[in-house]
Design a protein around this ligand. Structure first.
Ligand code: TMP
Length: 208
């Protein structure tokens, strides 16, 4: 059986990726592709517990600890959810993956990217998503959307400067890996973003 494809969604908080996730699943199911929808941090029993801790705004966590916990959750996620599903021929759509560690812990927390490279290699070897949709919005737009959503988690509570660094790191990675990471301007209207997502997915569907 043909191996499934691994698609990840990225963006700063408030970039609108969760809204697009439903649309992506709808598009794939329409053409009969079996999908598994998951998220990071999370996606497994342990991963969801780690997520609760990582998002708990009352906890103080060193940047290094934060990175290690993200990759600990990722190791479980890969072993128990992502790899088995891909092997069965399902497509895995993950709301965030390792690019988020480079953007948030590397960019936002200014952790040395070399350390993240080591963790990445340790946890996932050569495995990379087949396609990453990076939803790009100016920091002010993302922050405004998040502040309308009620209580804010440990990351959402960060200052604008943190998100400027996160966004810059994402943009850098999009430049570094142009074949894998497709930038979608998420400050457009919902209909325009949906159309851009559909065009990008069509390319993957048409060219394997
Ligand atoms: P979410 O709000 O998109 O579900 O993501 C949870 C938060 O976790 C979000 O603020 C980004 C953060 N995060 C990291 O800092 N590093 C990571 O590796 C991942 C996967 C998420």
């Amino acid at each position: 059986m043909k191996q499934g494809k691994f698609i990840t969604l990225e963006g700063i908080d408030g970039a609108g990726k969760s809204t697009q996730l439903a649309w992506i699943v709808e598009l794939l199911q329409r053409v009969g592709i079996p999908t598994v929808v998951t998220r990071e941090p999370g996606g497994t029993a342990l991963g969801e517990k780690l997520r609760d801790m990582l998002l708990d705004g009352s906890l103080m966590i060193y940047p290094e600890t934060e990175a290690l916990l993200m990759f600990a959750a990722r190791r479980e996620h890969l072993g128990r959810v992502i790899l088995p599903a891909l092997k069965e021929g399902q497509w895995v759509i993950s709301d965030r993956f390792t690019d988020a560690s480079f953007a948030y812990q590397g960019g936002g927390r200014e952790l040395d990217a070399g350390k993240l490279d080591i963790l990445e290699h340790w946890v996932q070897g050569d495995l990379q998503p087949d396609l990453t949709l990076y939803f790009d919005v100016p920091v002010e737009v993302g922050r405004q959307r998040v502040s309308q959503g009620g209580s804010m988690d440990r990351f959402e509570q960060e200052q604008a400067g943190f998100f400027q660094r996160v966004r810059a790191a994402y943009l850098n990675r999009a430049k570094q890996f142009p074949d894998r990471i497709k930038l979608i301007d998420s400050s457009q209207s919902l209909a325009e973003v949906k159309a851009a997502v559909e065009r990008t997915l069509q390319c993957v569907l048409n060219h394997g």
